[in-house]
Ligand binder design. Structure first.
Ligand code: SF4
Length: 350
């Protein structure tokens, strides 16, 4: 039986409406709202003629670098480097579709990750230390970085996922503008360790669609001991509040792919050093109980973690289950699907 064009459209709209109803019944929001076409934030900024000014403001920060809370004060535009060991050009380790990220980012075609080398944190337990601490990678001009973004879109990735972007934010802005002028239309995801200056995050307002920050530590003593950043907890919290103000909670399209919003990661660590209980309560009380949260279980002893007795082992099943119980206690309702599966697996194993 053939279907008329009108009947086909009616059926398609009906299916979409049914899916939307299912989403709504499950407490999920879909994006964009019915009847509106999704567009990346950066496109609007470009159309309003405000993108170039934003890039100039960002590059001006590099002259006496205070791009992150380290505030090194070096002039990166003439080749000086601070703690992140990066001068003017961004260094890229790799770019590829990645299927290990959160499911709303991965979909069926992968998240288009660009791994930037170097970092403004000095985590003794860094899981990517050859990239983040040793700076392995290739310096790229912004034109080449824009091409990488476009290539990730061309091969079908659902988003451009900027991993460890904090110390190269101006370069990312300029590359994004170039890529947008040449057809980039997928969401921009800012995948940060969380040690971001408020001033820098404010410059991203209207550019970034999805924020994917870590909130690693809640206590100054632990942040100083394990990452050399005593002010990390309050700094990361202020940055995440600003991210949440800009883009709100995570929303997906009808296919379940993230389009916009904040998704927070927190790594459970041995002996409660990350203070997961304080983390989940902070999210519930400062943001919302329906904020997307990924409580991660994959801590492993890497880099110099073996020098610190409290973190020189993997976490136990009990520690992970306790962390997930605290998330329930805090009333969090939007936990990462794989973290829930991990919890259920641990529970079944007893
Ligand atoms: S971005 Fe790098 S140079 Fe600039 S303040 Fe941070 S660590 Fe220092």
């Amino acid at each position: 039986m053939t279907m008329s064009r009108r009947a086909f459209l009616r059926a398609a709209v009906g299916s979409a409406a049914a899916l939307a109803a299912t989403d709504s019944a499950l407490g999920r929001s879909s994006w964009p709202p019915t009847g509106q076409a999704w567009r990346p934030a950066y496109l609007q900024l470009e159309e309003e003629g405000r993108f170039e000014e934003r890039i100039d403001q960002a590059y001006a920060i590099l002259e006496r670098c205070r791009l992150c809370p380290r505030r090194c004060g070096v002039n990166r535009l003439v080749g000086e480097t601070g703690l992140c060991r990066t001068a003017e050009r961004a260094v890229v380790f790799s770019a590829q579709p990645h299927f290990g990220e959160e499911l709303p980012l991965v979909g069926d075609r992968g998240s288009g990750t660009i791994f930037f080398s170097n970092c403004n944190l000095r985590c003794v337990f860094c899981q990517n230390w050859p990239i983040a601490h040793e700076g392995r990678g290739q310096p790229l001009e912004v034109e080449a970085l824009a091409d990488v973004m476009l290539q990730l879109q061309r091969i079908g990735c659902h988003n451009v996922n900027l991993v460890t972007p904090t110390h190269v934010m101006p370069q990312i802005l300029q590359a994004t503008r170039l890529a947008a002028q040449n057809g980039l239309r997928i969401p921009l995801c800012y995948n940060t360790g969380g040690y971001d200056a408020l001033e820098a995050i404010e410059l991203l307002d209207g550019v970034v669609d999805i924020y994917l920050p870590d909130l690693k530590f809640m206590d100054a003593d632990q942040a100083e001991r394990y990452m050399g950043a005593r002010d990390y907890p309050e700094t990361a919290q202020a940055a995440i509040e600003e991210m949440h103000r800009q883009v709100g909670e995570m929303v997906t399209n009808l296919g379940g792919i993230a389009q916009r919003g904040v998704m927070i990661r927190h790594l459970v660590m041995p002996n409660h050093v990350a203070n997961t209980r304080a983390f989940v309560h902070w999210v519930a009380e400062t943001l919302t109980t329906s904020t997307y949260v990924n409580i991660m279980s994959q801590y492993r002893v890497e880099h110099r973690a073996f020098e610190h007795p409290d973190i020189a082992r993997a976490i136990t099943t009990e520690e992970y289950l306790e962390a997930m119980d605290w998330a329930d206690e805090a009333g969090l309702t939007n936990l990462d699907e794989r973290s829930v599966m991990q919890r259920d697996l641990f529970r079944r194993r007893g």
